[in-house]
Ligand binder design. Structure first.
Ligand code: NOJ
Length: 712
């Protein structure tokens, strides 16, 4: 037995059943006007060993006092774990995760999670409820902002990078927090994009497109996993033995602890699979849940379930063991106050270095979608009109799930432009984010007449995406689209900066704007990062991690569609298509422009036939054909031409972000083998099938050149 195990076993042997269940109980604290508070009863719960972890408790001062109760006033002196939704930053707010995914820059994403973890750990925290790795193909769902988009491969790489970033050099370091891969499983596919709705998908689709990022997060060493609110194949995730035991423990080999989402045990009553909370608790514990978030179901009923023989004490011990192991790994038994260092908190939280890192990842997250007449980059001495309801907003730059972020500590676009611009600058609001007030249009249009170029910031307010923020219409809210049209009608070049948490269906704006920049919600340094891009101090290189639809009627929309038996043919009515819109998205997955341009040579392979155990090298020459240095994300996709089951027409299999000087050419190589071509075959076994594969290379999922290889 390892020293950790010995320590845990010795403690477990001394615990009463009630104390064990206490370790399986997680409660929230609150944050009022006057500072943090704890609900009546919870402090007593801690004292009697009936609560082993808290969330939403942060800052050294607050967590220290709660920890003091746990280690000085309880019988067994077991320290508490403090968790928080540090999703894209604690106090220094980094771009929303969907934006970061657009960077396709794994090092930058890892660094971002590192910044978040360093600040969180300095503020007394041990645990973040992140990363959210739910694949999402329906932008109506508000939580697409929290994930890495529509693709399992990109999502898996990013999931691992985030786990590495949060957990740093390993738990036990005082700048590392436990990651929590969530929401297990398939939470990103609620029917019709409606929050908390039923999920219904085949096991094949689940395994191919939704499971891989969870698996990657677990493989990267995530200490915890959170269950999801939805049901899966008729069973709510928090009561699903298939998900929590067979797949998570059995197949993925997960060894950490499983926490539920907020009251999701209790919600099994509303789901209609448990008659009451006690029965729901038994479903959850039996399925493999280790910790009950906020529902108090375990706390109230689990000991009775054990006494009645419906849950074994061995199952309880198993859960408690995992939780205690985490507390040992965090070093809390050695020093429960090791995350309570006020001096460190002052030094790390919102440090200049963290702000600089936030600015860097923010500009890497920007996607240039259109740039007619090279209207961007802006000239610093131009007569500039800055307009739009988001132009001066700081609070919306935080985005949803902004931890302890403070609006006034954010740089708005206006702040960033003011610092960078040297010519005449006028500012107009134009309209609100929502509502139908057009009274500001005239002044904006008049100001446009006096300007050389118009910069318009439109989009969503921070609460329009995120949890419980599904939208049935996914265009620009209110009269923002009309504002852009009115400005474009002046004939002046109009550069539109979008600020949003989801892909927006904005065909008219995309057509009328001279330039279009996807600026997401970029966090504390949003305005500076945008200015870096808009003035060309940084050459944008982001690529969309989700397809942008033309209309909500196209969703769910994703690049990895199957062919169907009647593939789209514009000339034939009887093929898979709409009669009122093209099938193609407004902007495809993987798409993004630069201030320079890139040319792709024909891809080649070093062998056209290969067997298992052999490697094929796919190579392509990429040339910077412009006069400016720039970065390009070179993407590799595959199609299995004939298989025992229908397969996507394209599936991302690799990517590399390269930087090229003006006119520089580089040979980019990807290696692949038989293992990269595996899938769930007709009988659900996982493996490859011999035959022909189309390998595609390019700078966007919709702009690819191909070469064929044969697996023998
Ligand atoms: C509910 C959300 O679904 C989950 O992601 C979050 O971690 C918890 N609430 C705690 O805030």
């Amino acid at each position: 037995m390892s020293p950790t195990d010995e320590r845990v076993e010795a403690l477990l042997a001394r615990m009463t059943l009630a104390e064990k269940v206490g370790q399986m109980t997680l409660f929230t604290t609150d944050w009022g006007q006057t500072g943090p508070t704890i609900r009546a009863g919870y402090a007593d719960d801690i004292r009697r060993g009936a609560c082993g972890a808290l969330f939403n408790s942060h800052t050294v001062a607050f967590t220290r006092e709660l920890q003091r109760i746990a280690v000085e006033e309880t019988r067994l002196q077991i320290p508490l774990i403090f968790g928080y939704d540090v999703v894209h930053g604690y106090r220094t707010i980094l771009p929303i995760p969907l934006a970061e995914a657009a960077s396709w820059d794994l090092a930058a994403i890892e660094r971002s999670a590192r910044v978040a973890a360093t600040e969180a750990a300095a503020a007394g925290l041990h645990w973040t409820f992140a990363p959210m790795v739910d694949v999402a193909r329906d932008p109506r769902w508000g939580r697409v902002m929290e994930g890495a988009g529509e693709d399992a491969f990109l999502g898996s790489r990013i999931a691992a990078a985030r786990v590495r970033g949060f957990q740093g050099g390993g738990l036990g370091n005082t700048d590392a927090v436990m990651a929590c891969v969530k929401h297990f499983a398939a939470y990103g596919a609620p029917i019709a994009g409606r929050e908390y709705n039923t999920v219904d998908m085949s096991e094949r689709y689940f395994r191919e497109h939704y499971l891989p990022p969870y698996a990657a997060g677990v493989r990267a060493g995530a200490a915890t996993v959170m269950t999801s609110f939805n049901d899966f194949d008729g069973v709510p995730a928090s009561g699903s033995e298939f998900l929590l035991t067979d797949v998570l423990r059995g197949e993925l080999g997960f060894e950490g602890f499983v926490v539920t989402d907020y009251t999701s045990i209790n919600e099994m009553v509303a789901h209609g699979v448990a008659a009451n909370d006690a029965a729901a608790g038994e479903l959850a514990a039996g399925a493999g849940v280790d910790m009950d978030m906020q529902g108090a179901v375990f706390q109230r009923y689990l000991a009775d379930s054990v006494a009645a023989g419906r849950i074994s004490e061995a199952r309880i011990d198993d859960a408690v063991r995992r939780i205690l192991q985490a507390k040992v790994a965090l070093g809390l038994f050695d020093d429960p106050y090791r995350f309570c260092d006020e001096e460190r908190e002052r030094r790390e939280v919102l440090s200049p270095a963290h702000r600089e890192a936030a600015r860097d990842v923010a500009r890497r997250s920007v996607v240039l979608l259109k740039n007619d007449a090279a209207v961007l980059p802006l000239a610093r001495d131009a007569r500039l009109l800055l307009v739009g309801p988001l132009a001066q907003s700081r609070v919306d730059m935080l985005g949803a799930w902004h931890g302890a972020g403070v609006a006034d500590e954010c740089v708005s676009l206006f702040d960033g432009i003011t610092a960078a611009h040297q010519g005449k600058l006028e500012v107009e609001r134009g309209c609100d984010i929502d509502g139908d007030d057009r009274s500001g249009f005239d002044a904006a249009v008049a100001a446009a007449a006096r300007a050389d170029v118009v910069l318009v910031a439109v989009g969503e307010s921070a609460e329009m995406s995120g949890e419980a923020a599904a939208r049935a219409e996914i265009g620009l809210p209110g009269v923002q689209s009309a504002l852009v049209e009115a400005l474009a009608a002046t004939g002046k070049p109009v550069a539109v900066v979008l600020m949003n948490g989801r892909p927006l269906a904005i065909p008219t704006v995309a057509e009328r704007a001279t330039a279009l920049v996807e600026g997401w919600w970029l966090g504390s340094e949003a305005g500076n990062a945008l200015a870096d891009v808009l003035y060309g101090d940084y050459n944008p290189a982001g690529k969309l991690p989700m397809s942008v639809p033309r209309s909500v009627g196209q969703v769910p929309l994703y690049y990895g569609e199957k062919s169907t038996g009647r593939p789209f043919d514009p000339a034939s009515k009887w093929t898979s298509k709409y009669i009122d819109l093209p099938n193609a998205p407004l902007f495809p997955f993987g798409f993004g422009l630069s201030y320079t341009s890139f040319g792709y040579g024909e891809p080649g392979v070093d062998r056209s036939r290969f067997r298992a155990g052999e490697r094929v090298t796919v190579s392509v020459t990429v040339t910077n054909t412009g006069d400016r240095a720039g970065e390009e994300v070179v993407q590799l996709y595959v199609r299995d031409v004939v298989a025992s089951v229908t397969r996507p027409q394209k599936q991302l299999l690799g990517f590399e972000k390269i930087e090229l000087r003006p006119h520089e050419a580089r040979l980019v190589r990807f290696e692949l083998g038989e293992e990269d071509l595996r899938f769930y075959r007709r009988d659900m076994s996982y493996g490859s099938e011999p035959g022909e594969f189309e390998i595609m290379v390019g700078g966007s999922s919709a702009d690819l050149q191909s070469v064929r290889i044969v697996l023998e």
